[in-house]
Design a protein around this ligand. Structure first.
Ligand code: PGA
Length: 250
C-alpha cells in the first residue's frame, strides 16, 4: 500500500511572529520543488497568521497544536476548529504527550477533540505513545490499545477517513533517544491493527501513522525507509529551516 508520507513540524512554544517569518523566508526555497511528501508546520497560535501569510501559494500547509471540541463559548484561552479553519489552517495536532502530561489532557478529551475536528475539513494528527515506565513494565501494547480504543470511541469509519496518528514514545521526545526503526514499526503495526478493528481493513490500509521522538536529519532516512512509517512529527529539529528541510528530503 503506497501512502504519501507526511512530515509535520511541531514547534511547541517556540518562535515569535518575526522569527516565524524569518523561518519561512529560509525554509520555503529549500523545499519548493519537493512534492514526494506532504509538509505541515504547526506553530503556536499567535504565529499562525504570519505562517499562513508566509506559506501562501507554497507546498507547505499550516496547522495548530491543539483545538477545543466546542464551536464557540465561554472557554477562556481556547480556540475552536471553526476559528482554525477561518484563518486557513488545514491540520491540527491532538493529544500530544506534553498536553497529556502538563495540561490535563486525557484519552476522553482526545476523543472529544477528535470527534469535533472530524466534523470539519481539518486533518487531525492524534498523538499516542507510552512513557518509559510503561515500556519497561512491558505495558506498551496495552497503553497503545487503550489510547487508540478511547480516541476512536463512537467515531465511524466514514468520518475517520482523514485521520492521521503519530506514534510518539514519550521516552524518545526531546531526549535524543530515538526508537529504532523496528521498535517504531512494531508499534505502528499494532496501531494499524487497532484502526482495522475499529474502522475496517480498508481504512487501516490507508491510515498514515507518523513516528515522532528525536527525529533528526541523521536518523530520518532509516526511519522513513520502514514500510510501516508514513512520515514524522518533528519537534526540536523542526525549529531550524535547514534541519527541517534535510528531514523532508531524507
Ligand atoms: P522532538 O519532539 O522531535 O523534539 O523529540 C517530537 C514531538 O514532541 O512531537
Amino acid at each position: 500500500m503506497q501512502r504519501k508520507k507526511l512530515i509535520a513540524a511541531n514547534w511547541k512554544m517556540y518562535k515569535t511572529p518575526e522569527e516565524t517569518r524569518g523561518f519561512f523566508t529560509l525554509f520555503l526555497p529549500l523545499v519548493s520543488h519537493h512534492h514526494r511528501d506532504e509538509i505541515v508546520v504547526c506553530p503556536p497560535y499567535v504565529d499562525l497568521a504570519t505562517a499562513l501569510e508566509s506559506a501562501r501559494e507554497s507546498n507547505v500547509a499550516i496547522g495548530a497544536q491543539n483545538v477545543h471540541w466546542e464551536k464557540e463559548g465561554a472557554f477562556t484561552g481556547e480556540i475552536s476548529s471553526i476559528m482554525l479553519l477561518a484563518v486557513g489552517c488545514t491540520h491540527v495536532i491532538i493529544g500530544h504527550s506534553e498536553r497529556r502530561q502538563y495540561c490535563g489532557e486525557t484519552d476522553d478529551t482526545v476523543n472529544l477533540r477528535l470527534k469535533a475536528v472530524l466534523e470539519t475539513s481539518l486533518t487531525p494528527i492524534v498523538c499516542v505513545g507510552e512513557v518509559l515506565e510503561e515500556r519497561e513494565a512491558g505495558l506498551t501494547e496495552d497503553v497503545l490499545r487503550r489510547q487508540c480504543t478511547r480516541a476512536f470511541y463512537k467515531i465511524s469509519a466514514k468520518k475517520a477517513g482523514k485521520l492521521v496518528i503519530a506514534y510518539e514514545p514519550v521516552w524518545a521526545i526531546g531526549t535524543g533517544r530515538t526508537a529504532t526503526p523496528s521498535i517504531a514499526a512494531e508499534a505502528h503495526s499494532l496501531i494499524r491493527a487497532e484502526a482495522a478493528k475499529n474502522f475496517g481493513q480498508e481504512m487501516a490500509d490507508h491510515l498514515r501513522i507518523l513516528y515522532g521522538g528525536s527525529v533528526k536529519p541523521e536518523n530520518a532516512k532509516a526511519l522513513m525507509s520502514e514500510e510501516e512509517i508514513d512520515g514524522a512529527l518533528v519537534g526540536g529539529a523542526s525549529l531550524d529551516p535547514n534541519s527541517l528541510a534535510a528531514i523532508v528530503k531524507y
